[in-house]
Design a protein around this ligand. Structure first.
Ligand code: MN
Length: 205
């Protein structure tokens, strides 16, 4: 039962150079992301097996593994499409207006996202999410792939702050990597996700 599949990158490995090296993209996609896909499928298979064999004491560890690996798969799938060789610049239209309303403008939003990415202790992500209960944008600092989440937040733009995302090229200068990502952020992709997320409705209790 292979439920999840590694998606192809929507561009060549070297397409984001000089901002992100082709070697990083190749390893990051073919090894790291593939590992999360395999891990999610393995966790699902083992959950099936544990139910069938009535080994329910295995369930908690498998749920942790599923949360970690599936979240890793989902975040990387979004991240590749959040980047584009034709990226950079600033968002327009309703996304621009929402960033102004909820963060006080693009420049302040950018500083907050960079601060969130740069201050992660260990491994994690910075993410711009749409929070449908409050009908607003938020930034979340995600620990690993799955912790410290706002539960209803729909990720629109994610920034990988794991060392594997930058170390080969930027070593310890992670702020330079986060800065470089703004040259390749794919705002039309973020805007498309924003438009879809806003159709979600969560009724208040
Ligand atoms: Mn990663």
């Amino acid at each position: 039962m292979n439920q999840y599949k590694l998606p192809d990158l929507p561009y060549d490995y070297g397409a984001l150079e000089p901002h992100v090296s082709g070697k990083i993209m190749e390893l990051h996609h073919d090894k790291h992301h593939a590992g999360y896909v395999n891990g999610a499928n393995a966790a699902l298979e083992r959950l099936d097996e544990a139910r069938t064999k009535e080994q329910f004491d295995r369930i908690p560890a498998l749920e942790r593994s599923l949360a970690f690996n599936l979240s890793g798969h989902i975040l990387h799938s979004i991240f590749w499409r959040n980047l584009s060789p034709q990226g950079g610049g600033e968002p327009t239209g309703e996304l621009k207006a929402a960033l102004e309303r909820d963060f006080g403008g693009f420049a302040a939003f950018r500083r907050q996202l960079n601060e969130v990415a740069g201050s992660i202790m260990g491994s994690g992500w910075a993410a711009l999410v749409w929070e449908p209960l409050g009908a607003r944008l938020l930034i979340t600092q995600i620990y690993d792939h799955q912790s410290n989440l706002n539960q209803s937040g729909v990720p629109l733009l994610v920034l990988d702050a794991w060392e594997h995302a930058y170390y080969l090229q930027y070593q310890n200068r992670k702020a330079e990597f986060f800065g470089a990502c703004w040259n390749v952020f794919n705002w039309p992709d973020v805007a498309r996700r924003f438009e879809a997320a806003r159709k979600l409705r969560l009724d208040a209790a």
